[in-house]
Write a protein that binds this ligand. Sequence first.
Ligand code: ATP
Ligand code: ZN
Length: 294
Amino acid sequence: MSAPITADGRLKLAIQRSGRLTDPTLTLLAAIGLDFESYGQRLISHCRNFPLSILYGRDDDIPELVALGTADLGIVGRNLVHEEEREVIELLPLGFGRCSLVVAVPRDSHFQNPTDLAACRIATSYPHSTRGFFRDLGASPEVITISGSVEAAPAIGLADAIVDLTATGSSLLLNDLRPIATILESEAVLVANPATHASAAGQATIDRLLLRIRAVNAARRYKYVMMNAPAEALPAIRAVVPGLKSPTIVPLDKPGWVAVHTALSEEDFWESVERLRAAGATEILVSSLEKLLL
Ligand code: ATP
Ligand code: ZN
């Protein structure tokens, strides 16, 4: 087992070299201000402005690299952390790479519940997760492991059902499959080697990274909003924007009027704007936030 932290105190972060998680991962690392080169076929690159090196690998290998301490940290789908059953600590969900691990059956089959598959054959690239799911239901169907084209398995007579990842369900539809159960909701997560996480030096660097990632991800969930309103509208406006922090109120030249600065949650943004307008707010300016530290 290699030492979790390199001699120069850098942590090593394993990320997917090439695949669905690569672009959003590199975008996140850039957004938190890490300066490193990520082009070409490099195996490792060093951040110029942070004690971190980036290690590029197959996503399937990342849980093991982190569990063994070859990498201190990893960014990988929760589906693989669950499947590989390695000893890593999930530090933070990252909000991209969302998908579900589902049990799916041929559209016209009579199967309704996963327990209907107790005596069936199921094809998957996720054998541990599949067996574990059915074991918890008291069933033990035959599970065969294939590495690709899982969705084609029922059509070619290889299996009665499949367990596979789906994001929008379109690939299942295309293959005449319908989902009947969800085993796991997944997204990309930041994971850590337990020894690194327990060490003071490791924890200090991890805390710096977490602060930055949280700030960038929180900023995406809010918009910065400025508006003008008559002072008597303030109680109604405050009722709409109670969440993040109390709004900043600035008097305007126009007597009896104020400017209100606040942050609105992206989730119910339009409903909030409608209520602000109904309360008397006008000239509502909205801008994106880059970072948000609470
Ligand atoms: P590698 O070459 O690194 O082994 P891969 O082909 O096994 O890559 P990708 O298809 O790039 O893996 O998927 C990487 C991760 O993206 C998955 O493990 C999962 O967490 C996530 N993901 C998000 N949406 C989907 C989807 N619709 N299908 C599969 N994976 C998805
Ligand atoms: Zn893979």
